[in-house]
Design a binder for this molecule. Structure first.
Ligand code: BDR
Ligand code: CA
Length: 315
């Protein structure tokens, strides 16, 4: 994508907050280069009622009640809802005590919002950042067959190649949770930029990063600091490493500063038939870059992404 710096990038964020979704949303809410059209939610890390409430809590902390939140699919296309509460807390935002935010969920479904907002705008102008299972987008594409060709880049957090999986040996959580949806979206012909574990494991919140965010005033920064501390504890306890990876914020960071990442043209296909390798992303680099519709992030400037997050939370 060539970025036109004179206009804002129209964006819909499709997510399942989720501690790292929260940081990604806060980064987007604080970034004036983005015209955030909507946040859509899906069942993923926790059930959709909770991801939707959490998206509204995050929106309120950011003071961005101008952005509508639409609820989407409660479960994957054909599988049961899995959940990742151990990494996100039972309510999805770590230790944060949930509450009912002031502004309700918008009328209408996430799928209809995706279709309406993309179809009414110029072709290729609306990007979608997908931070959870890809169920909503797959359902929207089924409902509106012209959607795939109309979309701007679909910027996905999902998949794993050289890094191996984080939920099974072969698969990353978002793709594993709804492999059928991911397979449909990747095969739809839309432009995809994918941030799998190969890149997101290079973006980690160090103790210094977390302390710097804790020192920032304001509700958005306080929420970010709270979920980061929780993630740090969980990362130490479950994975045995020091600094939690910031998966989902990579999607927004790329839209803001593409130079923070190295991408390679490819074709991505998803395993749906095997139980053993369900959700594996087969990333084929032997493609013609002139016609390839997919790109895979192979390198990330982790400290650069964390500095961007801190900078925006200060503003
Ligand atoms: C992805 O899975 C979820 O648990 C996170 O929010 C992120 O989107 C990382 O594998
Ligand atoms: Ca997520």
């Amino acid at each position: 994508m060539t970025q036109d710096l004179t206009r804002k990038q129209a964006l819909i964020i499709d997510c399942d907050p989720g501690v790292d979704d929260a940081v990604g949303l806060l980064l987007a809410f604080a970034s004036p280069e983005l015209e955030l059209l909507a946040v859509t939610t899906v069942g993923g890390n926790v059930p959709v009622e909770k991801t939707t409430r959490n998206a509204r809590i995050i929106r309120q902390a950011a003071g961005r009640e101008d952005v509508p939140v639409f609820a989407g699919a409660a479960r994957p296309l054909v599988r049961a809802l899995a959940g990742a509460g151990e990494f996100h807390g039972a309510e999805g935002l770590g230790d944060l005590e949930p509450f009912e935010p002031d502004v309700p969920t918008a009328e209408g479904s996430a799928m209809d919002a995706l279709i309406d907002l993309v179809m009414e705008r110029p072709e290729g102008s609306v990007a979608v950042a997908v931070m959870g299972p890809m169920t909503n987008l797959a359902l929207a594409m089924r409902r509106e067959p012209a959607l795939a060709a109309r979309l701007g880049p679909v910027v996905v957090m999902g998949g794993a190649r050289s890094e191996g999986g984080n939920i099974t040996a072969s698969a990353e959580f978002n793709i594993w949770a709804d492999p059928d949806a991911a397979a449909e979206v990747f095969a739809s012909g839309c432009e995809v930029v994918a941030f799998g574990l190969d890149a997101t494991h290079q973006v980690r919140a160090s103790e210094t990063d977390i302390a710097a965010i804790e020192a920032i005033d304001g509700e958005g920064a306080r929420l970010a600091a709270s979920v980061l501390r929780f993630s740090q504890r969980v990362e130490r306890e479950i994975v045995g490493s020091e600094a939690p990876p910031m998966h989902d914020p990579c999607t927004v960071a790329w839209l803001l500063k593409p130079d923070l990442f190295v991408l390679k043209s490819c074709e991505i296909r998803v395993e749906t038939a095997s139980d053993l390798t369900r959700g594996h992303t087969a990333v084929e680099f032997r493609v013609d870059p002139a016609t390839a519709r997919h790109r895979w992030a192979v390198q990330a400037d982790g400290p650069g992404v964390m500095a961007l997050i801190a900078e925006r939370l200060k503003s």
